[in-house]
Design a protein around this ligand. Structure first.
Ligand code: S3P
Length: 169
């Protein structure tokens, strides 16, 4: 079984993914780390030196490579579902789980960490929430195609594992 965690930056995909993979005895894969090891460059560097389009191509390759894995939990990047018809690819090859979180909570969680996110890097703190609202409205239609949606604020990994196993069986 292959599980894809999707959702906005800062929604907790990696933390939940690590816990879920331990619980299920699956391998944990972080798609950004996969891109970094395949290209030998940090995400930030890929954006800075080669631009977003190049990053999205590398992301596409990395996703295609992990799509063949078995018994793995993949934490994708916040933009992954929105390019190259990736929702179809992920829904065809595994179970998609949307970790949902309101813009206000995302803004609080991303306030300090946004410098490490090239997509948000230039946005001043007082405009962060409004920019997240805008970007979320573009991205949510993709995220909503997930097979399962969970509340990222009170995420219960045990319940999520049961839900996934139930859907799969
Ligand atoms: C991005 C999210 C990042 C990373 C890249 C682009 C996005 O991943 O893939 O900076 O477009 O939302 P996280 O969601 O893990 O921060």
């Amino acid at each position: 079984m292959l599980i894809y965690l999707i959702g906005f930056m800062g929604s907790g995909k990696s933390t939940i993914g690590q816990k879920l993979s331990r619980k299920l005895g699956f391998t944990f894969v972080d798609l950004d780390s996969e891109i970094e090891s395949r290209t030998g460059m940090a995400v930030q560097e890929l954006f800075d030196r080669h631009g977003e389009e190049f990053f999205r191509e590398q992301e596409h390759r990395a996703l295609n490579a992990v799509a063949g894995l078995k018994d793995a939990v993949v934490a994708t990047g916040g933009g992954t579902p929105c390019y190259f018809d990736h929702m179809t690819l992920m829904n065809d090859t595994g179970m998609t789980v949307y970790i949902r979180m309101p813009a206000a909570a995302l803004a609080r969680r991303l306030a300090d960490a946004r410098t490490r996110r090239p997509v948000l890097a230039g946005i001043p703190g007082d405009r962060l929430e409004e920019e997240i609202v805008k970007l979320l409205s573009v991205r949510e239609p993709f995220y909503r195609r997930a097979g399962i949606t969970v509340d990222g604020i009170n995420a219960d990994v045990d319940k999520l594992a049961t839900m996934i196993l139930g859907k799969n069986g």
